[in-house]
Design a binder for this molecule. Structure first.
Ligand code: FAD
Ligand code: SF4
Ligand code: SF4
Length: 406
């Protein structure tokens, strides 16, 4: 392993064991570990759970732990130019996450003074290139092939890897959708580069590197990750984290056709599609969402939330606490381990505002929070805050809505 404990220096003090966020260190008897020492009876032993994060190295007061991770840089790093988005298609339509990534990609490309490219891969999708150009791209790399009629991961991966190797983009962005997640990891593995999944922010730093921000350690910290030595720098971003640009129909761009590698063998045969009936509630696309949290008190409390959502013409969301309590199905959950949403109006009722909930809804246009605790964290992100019991406030608001409508 590239991490080592120097048995001549380790005193068995145990400080490193406490510091390891992955529980990868145990303090064991030296005799059992076959590492005798004339003075010390214990030694730190590192297991395969180690992620080489390096936290324990700085903690050890005796300099007993060292990490010698192998660093293999991309050879021709200076040749990599351009910010790319991998477009995702749904039938013959483009998934809206593509337009969101194009908007962020445009900003990043302008900061890097480079072009914005987009890979459009599928079957019968060639005519969509113009829409991608009017949404911000300067170049669209199109692979329109019958073999891509249904999504088969190895065909998409081989096709995308081929064009990346040829054109050498410095940044590649994908949606953190089922398809994006399936191919992003394979592409980064093939290209031997870094991939940051589920980013909530992207920017360019003073060295021109992509700063990939994402929640870490259960959302308790926001980590800023750099891919300093390898290209392309790859990231996935969930649907609704960024906002699309308005279309500029006068924008012109270049369309470049490319093919799949010769002798490509499809590793999967799709026999039929079965509709996922559990995803009836698509809160990700709703313009208005009324969410309930633990404060609704039980499954019956959600009746008030449903009534409120229907008065506003919106969908019902929920915090994980409400979902975990079995009050409402998972498909309603908003947050880090649920859906990321960006409605025009988000109403949080009886939700405290934990970071894991906020990362899923804080980019909503207008946030209204109803909570009886004036110090609840949700009020820090709310546009309007109502300090009240939700069972008093919501019927009063519904009454007002009905009055205005009548
Ligand atoms: P609480 O924190 O218990 O808050 C309830 C709030 O209701 C309180 O602020 C209280 O003042 C208020 N209240 C009570 N009664 C009333 C009333 N009658 N009227 C008005 N207000 C009232 N959470 C998510 O939501 N989504 C996620 O995707 C998610 N992912 C997670 C992932 C990980 C790895 C971890 C560790 C946690 C995750 N969580 C997630 C959980 C998150 O940390 C919080 O525990 C959760 O969001 C709390 O839900 P809550 O706000 O409904 O409940
Ligand atoms: Fe734990 Fe990180 Fe040290 Fe590995 S490098 S043992 S994961 S603290
Ligand atoms: Fe203590 Fe360092 Fe040994 Fe860990 S490696 S037990 S911190 S001396």
């Amino acid at each position: 392993m590239p991490i080592k404990v120097d048995s001549s220096k380790c005193t068995g003090c145990g400080l490193c064991e406490k510091s390891c966020p992955f529980g990868a260190i145990s303090i064991e008897d030296r005799a059992k570990a076959n590492k005798p020492h004339p003075k010390f009876k214990k030694i730190a032993v590192i297991s395969s759970a180690c992620t080489l994060c390096g936290a324990c190295v700085d903690v050890c007061p005796f300099g007993a732990i060292s990490v010698t991770a192998e660093k293999k840089e991309t050879d021709d790093i200076a040749l990599y130019k351009g910010v790319w988005v991998i477009a995702e298609t749904e039938g013959d339509e483009i998934h809206s996450v593509t337009f969101e990534l194009l908007a962020k990609g445009r900003e990043l490309a302008d900061k890097r003074k480079t072009y914005l490219g987009c890979v459009l891969i599928g079957f019968g999708i060639r005519q969509k290139a113009e829409e991608i150009i009017s949404s911000g791209a300067d170049k669209v790399f199109v692979c329109d092939n019958k073999a891509l009629e249904v999504f088969v991961d190895n065909a998409y991966v081989e096709g995308i890897c081929g064009i990346i190797k040829k054109e050498k983009p410095e940044i590649v962005l994908l949606g953190a959708t089922a398809i994006g997640r399936a191919i992003a990891s394979r592409i980064s593995g093939r290209l031997k580069t870094g991939l940051t999944a589920d980013c909530t922010g992207l920017d360019i730093d003073h060295q021109g590197l992509l700063v990939q921000t994402r929640p870490a350690f259960g959302g308790n910290i926001m980590a800023e990750i750099l891919t300093a030595y390898n290209r392309p720098q790859m990231a996935t971003v969930r649907h609704k984290v960024f906002k699309p640009l308005s279309k500029d129909l006068s924008k012109r761009g270049e369309v470049i056709e490319f093919g799949l590698p010769e002798n490509l063998k499809l590793q999967t045969k799709v026999k039929k599609f079965v509709e996922d009936v559990t995803q009836k509630v698509n809160i990700a696309d709703a313009d208005i969402i009324v969410s309930g949290g633990r404060g609704v008190g039980g499954p019956d409390g959600f009746k008030v939330i449903e009534e409120f959502a229907s008065a506003l013409g919106g969908a019902v969301g929920a915090s994980r606490a409400a979902v975990d309590s079995g009050w409402i199905p998972y498909s309603h959950q908003v947050g880090q381990t649920g859906r990321t949403v960006c409605p025009k109006l988000y109403v949080a009722c009886g939700i405290s505002g934990a970071i894991q909930h906020l990362v899923g809804m804080q980019s909503s246009d207008v946030i209204v929070a109803i909570n009886k605790d004036p110090s609840a964290a949700i009020f820090k992100v709310a546009t309007f805050g109502i300090v009240a019991d939700l069972f008093e406030a919501i019927p009063a608001i519904i009454g007002e809505i009905k009055k205005i409508r009548s």
